[in-house]
Design a protein around this ligand. Structure first.
Ligand code: CA
Length: 578
């Protein structure tokens, strides 16, 4: 069964991409969704081209046969996940044909078209990542199809509804079961806080400290000054034996303690695909050790993000966040963060995020809510992308609905900060002529080619900005700035009972200046694998820029510095950690 290794990696990536697209990463708005089959077809092709490229490059880097390269890749995958076993299934279907194609010097585009994971739809262009072959497209396709053999797998053509195929249904289920099985306990108190990191656990909102009592959770005002227990999980409780005063009363009372809540999109959740997963020369078993954790966090890394990050980054750069600054300012704020973000979120589709908000008007502390939908209202994968963008009137109505909801759920004295949309022309300007990770080894794929491949497959997260059409990029920016203006006007004119509304521009210009001043280059601020999201460095720098700006312009939002911080540290140390 040596050949059986053949498609495991490919499937892994297909699944990854499906998870990510099902997580609505490129779907801006429910009413304009692509039909599922079309979406899956694009994803299947993308996954196939990625995978075949990786295998080809692994064999090049290690000077080995294609078979050996596949085996090598499969051995990098986490054993526990059973991903290594997947190939057995698929190899039976695809195996020998792919090896034959690769060893006949067919590039990944040709291979994936030959085995029908990439399909050219009638009247649509031929989608390709690599430059077209010199012999001409038709000749090359004919040749590769001949090599692949005529009996191609009709039953999986297009792979529409991959997870619904009988033999893959099981696999999809396995990934879900695996992550659930490794939960150390069941969530018993039914509140929204958890002792488990991923699956929307404490990587996303402050760790629970008593999962049996639903009245104990981060962010609440202390119950009876927490004399007997830590009801708000900030690590501060009990009574000072010297004077009989409860510590919560002594250290936190009147200190304007508050939490941070993000309503965001994939940038806020910190979407990131590690470049080591797709770069043959850097690939290793260790590099894939975080694969399952990443999948069970929806390929997001909120624990390192610029608004709610709290762990030291393990994916390059460093962590800085509004939460960490808020904690340094007042240690009573420990663990009071909620990252309510989702890949693909935009002003019009955040009802479920709002409903996942955990804040009790009666019992909890006020919160700073950051509303940061920085792209998806203008970013979509539609061919007529401008038509699918949110219009200013829709934006106004969406945001008003959100603010009304918040007014009914936030404690008095809260603050809402609306962040404007980013100017995504930055992406093209800084990336288009650079090599995409898959193109670095042989210098044959730039981001321009990658963006155009994504558009062709209709899986481009942002046809407006990730495009070679300069007029279209300008139009997209124009709409983004109209939508930002709506936010600005709302902040100026609307009044709410339980919070004030403030507006911040997305600080792209300051971000670039700050990074360049310290010797960095602008392209490093963008995620290399998707060519779209802010990188770890950008996350941390944006946090420090925004923090300083709020501190300068609206210090009341952050509350005063707590004079008891060092005493809290002396008595409670790390306050139970995160
Ligand atoms: Ca407490």
């Amino acid at each position: 069964m040596r050949i059986c290794w053949i498609m495991a990696p490919s499937l892994t990536f297909l699944l990854l991409f499906i998870l990510l697209l099902n997580g609505t990463s490129s779907i801006p708005n429910g009413k304009r969704k692509l039909p599922h089959s079309e979406k899956h077809q694009g994803v299947a092709c993308l996954g196939c081209v990625f995978m075949v490229s990786i295998v080809e490059q692994l064999s090049q880097v290690h000077n080995s046969t294609t078979e050996k390269a596949m085996e090598r890749f499969c051995n990098y995958l986490p054993e526990l996940s059973q991903l290594r076993g997947i190939c057995v299934l698929v190899a039976k279907l695809f195996g020998p044909r792919i090896i034959k194609l690769i060893e006949n010097h067919m590039n990944a585009d040709m291979v994936c078209h030959s085995i029908h994971l990439c399909k050219q739809s009638a009247g649509q262009p031929y989608c390709h990542l690599y430059p077209l072959p010199k012999v001409g497209l038709n000749v090359a396709i004919k040749k590769s199809k001949r090599l692949a053999g005529t009996k191609v797998l009709n039953n999986i053509q297009g792979l529409s509804g991959l997870c619904s195929l009988p033999f893959l249904k099981n696999l999809c289920k396995k990934i879900e079961v695996f992550t659930k099985k490794h939960l150390p306990y069941e969530d018993t108190d039914g509140d929204k806080f958890s002792l488990f990191p991923t699956l929307r656990g404490y990587h996303w909102r402050g760790r629970d400290c008593n999962d049996r009592e639903s009245s104990v959770y981060p962010g609440r005002r202390p119950d009876n000054w927490d004399t007997g227990k830590d009801s708000n999980c900030n690590g501060i409780w009990g009574v000072d034996p010297k004077d009989g005063i409860p510590y919560e009363q002594k250290f936190c009372n009147g200190t304007e303690s508050k939490g941070i809540i993000l309503l965001g999109d994939s940038a806020g959740a910190h979407f990131h695909i590690p470049p080591e997963w797709v770069t043959a020369s850097q690939m290793s078993e260790e590099g894939f050790s975080n694969l399952l954790e990443a999948i069970s966090n929806e390929l997001d890394w909120p624990q390192f993000s610029g608004i709610t990050g709290f762990l030291n980054s393990t994916i390059g750069g460093w962590t800085d966040s509004i939460y960490l600054n808020l904690l340094r300012r007042n240690r009573c704020n420990h663990r009071d963060y909620q990252n309510l973000s989702k890949n693909g979120a935009s002003s019009g589709n955040i009802r479920d995020l709002l409903e996942s908000l955990a804040r009790n008007q009666q019992f909890d502390k006020p919160a700073i809510v950051i509303f940061a939908m920085v792209g998806n209202d203008v970013c979509n994968g539609q061919r007529d992308t401008v038509k699918a963008m949110t219009r200013p009137a829709e934006m106004r109505s969406n945001v008003n609905q959100t603010l009304n909801y918040l007014d009914n759920h936030l404690p008095k004295g809260s603050h809402v900060i609306l962040v404007g949309l980013a100017d995504g022309r930055f992406l093209w300007e800084n990336l288009h002529n650079r090599y995409f990770p898959l193109g670095q080894l042989n210098k044959d794929v730039t981001y321009e080619q990658y963006y155009s491949f994504l558009s062709c497959l209709q899986v481009n997260s942002c046809n407006g900005w990730m495009s070679s059409n300069g007029t279209l990029r300008d139009l997209t920016t124009e709409r983004a700035s109209e939508l930002s203006n709506v936010l600005k006007e709302i902040a100026k004119s609307e009044k709410y009972a339980n919070f004030d509304v403030l507006y911040l521009d997305f600080p792209l210009k300051q971000l670039v200046e700050l990074w360049q001043k310290s010797g960095g280059e602008a392209w490093q601020l963008i995620e290399p694998v998707d060519g779209f999201h802010p990188s770890q460095i950008a996350q941390a720098l944006v946090a420090s820029i925004i923090w300083k700006q709020i501190l300068r312009d609206w210090p009341h939002v952050l509350g005063k510095e707590n004079p008891f911080n060092s005493e809290i540290e002396a008595v409670f140390n790390s306050q139970g950690g995160h």
